[in-house]
Design a protein around this ligand. Structure first.
Ligand code: DX5
Ligand code: ZN
Length: 221
């Protein structure tokens, strides 16, 4: 299994975005997590495609796009860039989830589905075999820097068991409140991709924070 770090640029200094993205790249990060919020699905407005246009050519890190928006089908195409590896939509925001997943894959991009802390794993039963990644939210989406919701650990373990039982190749990404001091527990529970916003970009030296996460991830291999 591939163990990866996807630092969330939500906590970055947007005046020095390209420079800070490069710093995590040099620190060994695997992807850049892009938190897109619309002020409807979540109570905050953040990043749009123009930010990714501005980053073009400035980083070779793949984009891990997390859409926290209503009607994601309307905007998915706008987030397909050369670097886009994953586009994830929320289960709670999609009435025709299977159609949306197939639409993401039609661009040659991997499809993810995220679930909020209060959403059951059972809502993924019928979609798991069609997707490349599940994001288990361990905070209520909307803001960086919130505390990790502990019941997420049980969900991660149950999901890993389910994926193994079904013999699928689906990544488990954990998003929200992941820090250097709980990363190991999250990985031991069964996650293989960590998102870290404030724990990387919220610190004075994102490169060194990335390196410390990478050390923990390497031990898992
Ligand atoms: C929360 C976002 C997260 C957030 C994580 O709504 O989806 O990706 O940026 O930030 P931290 O790591 O600070 O909890
Ligand atoms: Zn996110």
């Amino acid at each position: 299994m591939k163990y990866q770090l996807s630092p969330s640029i939500l906590s970055a200094d947007f005046g020095r975005l390209a420079e800070h993205c490069k710093a995590t790249e040099l620190g060994g990060a695997d992807m850049l997590h892009i938190d897109v919020m619309d002020g409807h699905f979540v109570p905050n407005i953040t990043i749009g495609p123009v930010i990714l246009q501005g980053l073009e050519g400035k980083t070779s890190l793949p984009y891990d796009v997390h859409l926290m928006i209503e009607n994601p089908d309307k905007y998915i195409e706008n987030f397909v860039f050369e670097n886009t590896e994953y586009i994830t939509v929320h289960q709670e925001a999609c009435i025709h989830l299977h159609r949306t997943v197939e639409y993401i894959k039609s661009f040659g991009v991997k499809a993810g589905v995220a679930i909020n802390p209060a959403t059951s794993l059972r809502t993924l039963d019928e979609i798991l075999e069609y997707i490349d990644m599940v994001i288990i939210m361990t905070v209520n989406p909307g803001f960086g820097g919130q505390s990790f919701i502990e019941s997420g650990l049980r969900k991660i373990t149950e999901l890993r068991k389910l994926i193994e039982k079904k013999g699928l190749d689906v990544a488990i990404e954990v998003d929200g409140g992941v820090k250097l001091n709980n990363a190991q527990r999250v990985l031991d529970a069964g996650a293989n991709i960590l998102v870290a916003g404030s724990a990387v970009f919220g610190k004075p030296d994102p490169k060194s924070e990335t390196e410390q996460f990478m050390k923990i991830l390497k031990e898992m291999k």
